[in-house]
Design a protein around this ligand. Structure first.
Ligand SMILES: Nc1ncnc2c1ncn2[C@@H]1O[C@H](COP(=O)(O)OP(=O)(O)O)[C@@H](O)[C@H]1O
Ligand SMILES: O=C(O)C1=C[C@@H](OP(=O)(O)O)[C@@H](O)[C@H](O)C1
Ligand SMILES: [Mg+2]
Length: 188
């Protein structure tokens, strides 16, 4: 796999609860990539240990988005790295120029499944004190066409484990990697 990937990095995108953070870890292991980063974790470090909830409360979403772009810009210079992003990374056009440094994989998960995963979760500020189903539907409507610009779309089924999702990503990667215009065998 690494031969085909040529050490390029992988960016996971998708809705909150899609499994980007969970699957990213596993994917890095399976690829033999020594580095895995989660943009939210790095932003929390940048904010001296504040949680994403606290960051939204203290500095607001706009500043969070600014930090998100800064972190992504830095990570985009890395090779051989798996990067799990926050669900809103697709919103800024500028972020796409950084995401395009690697292979972009969209974990596509139905709203029903997202609700199952996020009902008991209070770590996501945008989902606090809202009608969860309505909010997720609205966010997906706003973002779907953006997520769709990924190189690879993995539609996750309800019973699929993170390990199975990881395996499917690995199997699908070769289909989206550009073949060299002139095959290496031509030069033999
Ligand atoms: N394939 C899966 N099957 C069941 N639960 C999952 C799966 N992937 C992730 N989860 C769970 O869903 C929640 C959200 O996962 P997370 O990786 O944080 O998503 P994201 O980073 O995309 O917001 C977590 O509780 C995680 O354990
Ligand atoms: O979708 C979003 O706008 C957000 C997604 C979150 O990350 P996850 O997608 O990992 O939950 C986190 O960046 C923040 O709460 C905002
Ligand atoms: Mg995450």
């Amino acid at each position: 796999m690494n031969n085909i990937l040529k050490d390029i990095s992988i960016f996971l995108i998708g809705m909150m609860g899609a499994g980007k953070t969970t699957v990213g870890h596993l994917l890095a292991q399976e690829l033999g990539y020594s580095r895995f980063f989660d943009t939210d974790s790095l932003i929390e470090q940048l904010a001296k240990g504040q949680t994403i909830n606290e960051i939204f409360t203290t500095v607001g979403e706009e500043t969070f988005r600014e930090w998100e772009t800064q972190v992504l810009a830095e990570l985009s210079t890395y090779k051989k790295t798996v990067i799990s992003t926050g669900g809103g990374i697709v919103l800024r056009q500028k972020n796409w120029s950084y995401l395009r440094h690697g292979l972009i994989v969209w974990l596509d998960v139905s709203v029903e499944l997202l609700i199952e995963r996020l009902t008991e979760d209070n770590t996501r500020p945008l989902l606090k004190d809202v009608d969860l189903k309505k909010k997720l539907q609205t966010l997906l409507e706003q973002r779907q066409s953006l997520y769709n610009q990924a190189d690879l779309r993995i539609t996750v089924q309800p019973q699929e484990t993170p390990e199975q999702v990881t395996k499917r990503i690995l199997e699908a990667i070769p289909s989206v990697l550009k073949q060299p215009a002139i095959p290496p065998s031509y030069f033999n």
